[in-house]
Design a binder for this molecule. Sequence first.
Ligand SMILES: Nc1ncnc2c1ncn2[C@@H]1O[C@H](COP(=O)(O)OP(=O)(O)OP(=O)(O)O)[C@@H](O)[C@H]1O
Length: 871
Amino acid sequence: MEPQLALPFSVLSVVEEVLQKHGSPLSDIDLASRKAEEASSRRNEAAEWLRKTVGIFGGKDMPSEPTEEEFRIALRSGIVLCNALNKIQPGAVPKVVEAPSDIVIIPDGAALSAYQYFENVRNFLVTMEEIGLPTFEVSDLEQGGKSSRIVNCVLALKSYSEWNLGGKNGLWKYGGNPKPSASVKPPILRKNLEPFMRSLSRGISLGDKDGLISDKSPNSDVKHDLSKVGSIPSLDSLVREILFNKKLEDIPIVVESLLSKVMEEFEQRLLIQPETFKTTQEDKAPLELNIACDDEKFLVPSFVKMEEDERVDAKQKENDDKYNGNEKSSNQTLKQQKLFQHQNENVQVTCKHMLGLASAASRYQKVLEENRKLYNQLQDLKGNIRVYCRVRPSKSGQQNHNCSVSNIDEGSISLIIPSKNGKEGKKTFNFNRVFDPSSTQGEVFADTQPLIRSVLDGYNVCIFAYGQTGSGKTHTMSGPDNYTEETVGVNYRALRDLFLLSEQRKDIIHYDIYVQMLEIYNEQLHTLEIRNSSHNGINVPDANLVPVSSTSDVLNLMNLGQKNRAVSSTAMNDRSSRSHSPEAEALGETISTLKFAERVSTVELGAARVNKDSSEVKELKDQIAHMKATSTKKDVELEHFPHYANNINETPKLKPQLNSNSRSPSLSNGSRKPPREYSSSMVENKKKATDKLMKRRSLDPMDIYRNSPQWPNHAGVNGNEDDKESVSGDSVGKSTKSNGRITIDHSLMEQFDTESQRSSSPMSSPTFPFDSSKIRMEAATTNDYDELELATSESSESDKSWQSNVHMPKTTSLSNGLVSKTRKSAHPRQVKNQETRSMIPSLSPSPRKKTTVVSQLRKHPDAKRKNGNAK
Ligand SMILES: Nc1ncnc2c1ncn2[C@@H]1O[C@H](COP(=O)(O)OP(=O)(O)OP(=O)(O)O)[C@@H](O)[C@H]1O
């Protein structure tokens, strides 16, 4: 512990003041020019020192302000460096190869052979390393643009020299790790900054002036110190704030610049110190003696000592005054010198710790980067496709007599489904999360929120809402008409986050955010052409991309887009005219919606895999298919031609017609109506649906939707459990077609909802989408239950027969050739292979941080008249 005289200002206050004053401007300065300025001033300092140390070399002085090239060339031979080193430590480089006298020295010293350079430079570097000083690469002298390391090395040597000259006392400026000598203890750097800050604040000297504490009692001082600790985070955060956005390589410059400002400020204050000191003495403020230490308990003794010293000083002063007036001023000068020395040391320690802070800041940057990566990996692990289900509250007075939500779990929803024979069935659907009717807008957004950050990390994100009319898509995405802070929907919240985050990161990265609005009606993009290029993915080149910089920009554009809709004059969304679906078919729609949503949630993103069945497997598959077909034919024959049953070996005459898929005429000859499942239209329908599936090449949710088998009135062709549950039936099958949606590369969010008819489904709201299905439970008529029963039965005869007769492969085999595959009953929470994310080009992080927000317009009123709608 060393005694320390106090000043009416503290190191901490100086540092804080400088950071506040110069920190912000630093963030705005052109670091490149600042860097160049710093580099040249350091180079000049190094050159100046070399000139002084080694004098004239080869008839040519090292220029006092050399360019980078001049500096490098002057040192290229290694002679200057070796000589400088030998001046500081005689004999450090025993043999310096000088330029041969018979060689004409050309200005750049290139006459020396490469070998000579190498010898000198190598000897210099080896010696520097032995001493423990920073070095550079030999090649740095050979190529331009690498002089900074050489400059560092020279300045370290300079500092080392000064340190030597000063008796190896104190600290030296330019880093390096000089080999410890017995007489010199290296300064101890605290790894943890907080204790340092504590000791720093404890070392603060206090006085009445400058708003500092006036109570000199030990206890009150302890209190003051503790309260000062409270200000430490402000210094810490100031430093972090200043360094946060700086590039790693810029941090030393920024820190150096700040430190030199701290030194300047400090020196200035010290200069005016005698005046202050005088005033303080005149005011009879006691001179404090404090002890810098890490432990607060030492503070009390230090102040006790201070009081004793004060008494001694006072006595001394009295004597001085009495006997020798001149002695008084000389004592004062001594005290001031002592004070100056201690404060100076304090500043140097502060500088060291500032450098420690700088290095902590650069490590912090790395941690941030790592954190960003981990964050997005976590998002991947949560699933590339996430489906949330939100149950809308029933309107007052409405009762779901025949179908109700029996249970809502965090990740599942169960419906009670009445059947025709009076029994009740239960159907459970799984999602990433199910929000019950009491869920708030904030809760719904919370699960989606992390994806907004992913957008800014370069991932593509699409959010859309899906559900039948009146199920609450607009409510979820936009909020009610007169929305408030609490009721505002996903799209506004997402936009707010998007702009907030981009603002927060503005010093690190610049984001260009654009909005593109497309009107989609009846699955067609209005007037514009959609292109799919390998470079940009699916895009609409003729649609304007409008730059935006705030939420209000986007909202204004949305309003403009609304006005410009092709159907704007008649397309007012007349909410009052909409039915809220108490219609009997609501239950069917609900189930349809849930089935679709659940199916989407089981889609895994991944690269297309070639279906490489071996020839044997193919052969076996053919055989199985043939056997199935034969067996089914037999069943049919037995069912429809029972007279053959008695003689099973007798070949029925109809057999050839059945085999040829031209059964109707033959069957009609038999005065029987053909079984429904054999109708050619059914076969045709299924074939069309299968062709659709076969054509599927995209995992765009819209494509999945568009290409998914039409249910519940169209049996699926992919042979999975859900498809088997679907049957044909006109009344239930109102929900058969998807509306259109375009996702542009780099798009952020979209919203679309189902068209109950799904045959015409223009966009209904210029809002951003959200993966949410909203369900409405309404009463259904008995007839509907029949259909529902069909829709949810485990399998339909028609499907089985159709599959066996048309020899259609099931999706399980088709999926091998598709980009996506569906899992039969996989829970959506199941972790998906994160590698798949990067295999999908549109989901790979984009090198260019451009975000396009795609939103859609409200749907055509015609569509409203239909049972469902689309957004
Ligand atoms: N979670 C909810 N809480 C309170 N009210 C809701 C909720 N969801 C929907 N509503 C209300 O239900 C009605 C219909 O909702 P909304 O207009 O959002 O449905 P929609 O799916 O967008 O319908 P459409 O497709 O016909 O446009 C609105 O009056 C809305 O305020």
